[in-house]
Design a protein around this ligand. Structure first.
Ligand SMILES: [Zn+2]
Length: 259
């Protein structure tokens, strides 16, 4: 069985760098299923949450019997059945300034499937400084947004979003998200991550949005910003400083920040 699966979808070399998934939730689940089917062999995943009943409509690797379990445990168990060729390195906890170096060690590409701006900016900065490409994937209400950045050079995440938003942002617990929109976000993110792992230079440098109400899928190039604090010629972000990443938990998603 496993040999037949690999032969049908040889989209990655067997010695590819591991993918680090940050967030084992509604985007991470469909993304990893697509990646495993396409030949992903090595996955590191970090999460510190538990499965909640309200997660099940979009976090498609979890069953009713997983409610109350650590997401990481349920995620690993489900993948053992669905993707037996995939080697999973589970890391309980969070992606923080203290864990950045350990979590990024040896990683080929990062898939940011978190749900708040503080995490997204920390991931963007840490990965840029470490020279690791990132796919940022978000979903809120009917909108999916995916942004991929290359290992080094412009444009980066801060070229588009600059800095954490000020003031209140939509709360994803109350704003909600449609399950299929998470699936779209995860599928696009998987496609970008595969391309980055293959070294395809066209995979990065644009943002893709999907609107589930109008069925519009758009891909827009990101312009490099000369004054960017992370990748510009006069960049000021040269190390990870915790004070840069203080923001409301579960703030808006990258698409809403953009407007
Ligand atoms: Zn930049």
């Amino acid at each position: 069985m496993s040999h037949a699966r690999r032969a049908v979808a040889p989209q990655l070399p067997a010695d590819h760098g591991p993918l680090l998934l940050i967030g084992a939730g509604g985007i991470g689940a469909p993304a990893v299923l697509a990646l495993a089917a396409a030949g992903l062999r090595r996955l590191r995943v970090v999460d510190d949450d538990e499965v909640d009943l309200t997660n099940l409509h979009r976090q498609i690797l979890f069953a009713d019997t997983d409610v109350g379990r650590p997401k990481l445990d349920a995620f690993v168990d489900a993948l053992a059945l669905r993707a037996p060729d995939l080697t999973v390195d589970p890391r309980p906890g969070r992606f923080t300034p203290d864990t950045v170096d350990d979590l990024l060690q040896g990683i080929g590409v990062v898939l940011d499937a978190t749900d708040n701006f503080a995490s997204r900016f920390l991931i963007a900065d840490a990965c840029y400084l470490a020279g690791v490409p990132v796919v940022h994937a978000a979903a809120i209400r009917w909108r999916a947004t995916v942004l991929a950045t290359a290992a080094r050079g412009a444009p980066c995440y801060r070229c588009l979003f600059e800095d954490l938003p000020e003031g209140p942002a939509p709360d994803c617990a109350t704003a909600g998200v449609m399950g299929p929109v998470c699936g779209v976000s995860g599928a696009i993110a998987a496609d970008r991550a595969l391309a980055l792992l293959r070294g395809d230079p066209t995979a990065a440098g644009h943002v893709t949005t999907y609107d589930g109400l109008t069925d519009r899928l758009r891909r827009v190039p990101i312009a490099a910003r000369a004054t960017c604090a992370l990748c510009g010629p006069d960049r000021t972000i040269r190390s990870i400083d915790l004070s840069r990443y203080i923001a409301d938990e579960c703030a808006a998603q990258i698409g809403d920040h953009h407007g």
